[in-house]
Design a protein around this ligand. Structure first.
Ligand code: GLC
Length: 552
């Protein structure tokens, strides 16, 4: 029997449609040289873990030269490796080893901005107002009698004005940290440079790209620039209140031309290079990025932000499958990444909890039950892995790691903390280096400590502590991925009619039914052979709360 959608062989151009892709945050994965910062040789040495886990690909967050003002998303050179993380030769060796193990490699592309240390930005500063070098960025004179006020009221996602003034009096735009000046995508030179970058990594064997802030590149730069007024500052909320495509810098229609252009580059390779958009935009708009002549996929953050509630989950799943299908894309599920509270903690925060306030309380207000969180996280993962489409895992979730909510503020590195004047704690709690061994320096992360302190509780989560241990989260992921690979067929599901409230119940293929109990009470276990359960079952009759089963 041929199973095209599930054929993950290296030459299948559709390998990505139902792939499981593991996000590596390079600084926090494994440290080979003992400087406390993860590196490429560390990743290469640990690729066996990913092969054994059974994922199809790894996606690397930025490893490019960077002063790490935003964890590497401030890129000083898009076509090189940060010397602290290795060399281009180390990169090639990593790709070769990944391919040898049957793993594809996806790299992060950060096209919305550069680091202020990028040669272009340094040149722009030196060249002064009106120069061609400034045209690659968004420089403007300020308002006010002496230009002392920012050109517009645009806000940085990380807090405060999105404009920074330079010594000669002009201002430059930075939608993120001030060390991340936004590029001007109206500039043909910028466009050409990114084509070169796409080819540079594709020629080195990279299989795909994750596109950072994909909804931000095209800006309305017609002078005079428009104020936001009461449109709201940032993010999806702002977009819900404006006519689609009319916000001055998010999700403008013109951005799609850029991706159609990139698709032409991707398609010169065999198999074509793939891409996934990081676009925090409303559902219907997100699908546009995933069209086959654009990026092909867009992260489905709707699933990520949904509570553990059957009715809400069903609405989100149905909607996402429909929009992905209409776009000719496959759905793209995600529960955790380097920007959000880990799902082993998030899913048991009471509905309506202000996550930032919870982080500021060190995870104490409200206190959450770690076991209940893990139980629910395992269930949510098993549900996700049964859905049609591809799934993105974030390093450490296969260990059941919780958010490290009690990092002392003096160790915080996320620019959000400083830029909001210590109002928002930021994303460091999900970026703490991984535990590989239950003992030893930095739990096997490296010999020289870890750039963010690991809690003692990490010992029990270590890869070595869980490997081969029946019922461990790591073994659950391994079994789930092995089974999934065997069972995958088309990209559809059939909901079972008339189920109890609080239950999700669907069949993927005749031999693969998934039932999730999101209610607070036990429900009857469906008939058939239990292939896998997210938590131990008390017998053959009952499916306990917060548990998902796959049955044949
Ligand atoms: C994306 C990244 C995030 C980064 C931001 C700016 O949202 O995921 O980590 O801070 O872009 O590049």
């Amino acid at each position: 029997m041929t199973r095209p959608a599930a054929d993950l062989s290296s030459r299948n151009p559709d390998w990505w449609r139902q792939a499981v892709i593991y996000q590596v945050y390079p600084r926090s994965f494994a440290d080979a040289d003992g400087d406390g910062l993860g590196d490429l040789r560390g990743i290469t040495a640990r690729l066996g873990h990913l092969a054994t886990l059974g994922v199809d690909a790894l996606w690397l967050s930025p490893f490019y030269p960077s002063e790490l003002a935003d964890g590497g998303y401030d890129v000083a050179d898009h076509r090189d490796v940060d010397p602290r993380l290795g060399t281009l030769e180390d990169f090639d060796a990593m790709v070769a080893e990944a391919h040898r193990l049957g793993l594809k490699v996806v790299v992060d592309l950060v096209p919305n901005h550069t680091s202020h240390q990028h040669a272009w930005f340094q040149e722009a500063l030196a060249a002064g107002p009106g120069s061609a070098a400034r045209e690659r960025y968004v420089f403007r004179p300020g308002k006010g009698a002496h230009g002392e006020l920012p050109p517009t009221d645009w806000q940085s996602v990380f807090g405060g004005s999105a404009w920074q003034r330079v010594a000669d009096g002009e201002w430059y735009l930075h939608l993120f940290a001030s060390q991340q000046p936004d590029l001007n995508w109206d500039s043909e030179e910028v466009r050409e440079d990114f084509r070169t970058t796409l080819r540079f990594w594709s020629d080195r064997g990279v299989d795909g790209f994750r596109v950072d802030v994909a909804h931000g590149l095209a800006k309305d730069l017609t002078d005079p620039l428009r104020d936001l007024g009461n449109l709201g500052a940032t993010g999806e909320d702002a977009l819900l209140s404006v006519a689609p495509g009319s916000h001055p810098y998010w999700d403008r229609d013109a951005v799609h031309e850029i991706y159609r252009d990139w698709r032409r580059v991707f398609d010169t390779y065999s198999p074509p290079r793939t891409a996934v958009a990081e676009a925090w935009v409303p559902d219907a708009r997100r699908a546009l990025y995933a069209r086959p002549d654009e990026l092909g996929q867009a992260f489905d953050f709707g699933y990520l932000v949904t509570r553990w509630d059957a009715a809400e989950l069903r609405r989100v799943i149905t909607g996402s499958l429909a929009t992905a299908h209409a776009a000719g894309a496959s759905a793209t599920w995600v529960l955790s990444n380097h920007d959000v509270v880990r799902h082993a903690s998030r899913l048991v925060l009471p509905p309506g909890t202000d996550e930032n306030a919870w982080l500021l309380s060190g995870g104490r207000a409200p206190a959450i039950d770690r076991d209940a969180g893990l139980r629910r996280a395992r269930a949510a993962t098993l549900l996700m892995l049964a859905l049609p489409g591809s799934a993105y895992l974030y390093q450490g979730e296969e260990l059941g790691l919780p958010e490290v909510a009690d990092l002392p503020t003096e160790v915080l590195q996320d620019p959000i903390w400083e830029q909001t004047g210590h109002v928002r704690k930021g994303r460091d709690g999900c970026r703490v280096p991984l535990p590989w061994t239950p003992g030893g320096p930095s739990y096997g992360f490296g010999s020289g400590g870890a750039w963010l302190p690991q809690p003692e509780s990490f010992a029990a989560y270590a890869v070595e502590a869980q490997s081969g241990v029946e019922g461990s989260t790591l073994e659950l992921y391994r079994t789930a991925l092995r089974l999934r690979r065997k069972l995958l067929e088309g990209e559809t599901l059939t909901w079972t009619p008339q189920v109890l409230d609080g239950v999700l119940d669907f069949t993927r293929t005749p031999g693969w039914r998934c039932v999730a109990n999101c209610s607070g009470a036990p429900v009857p276990l469906p008939p058939g052979e239990v292939l896998l359960a997210s938590s131990p079952l008390p017998g053959t009759e009952v499916l306990p709360p917060d548990t998902v089963v796959w049955v044949a």
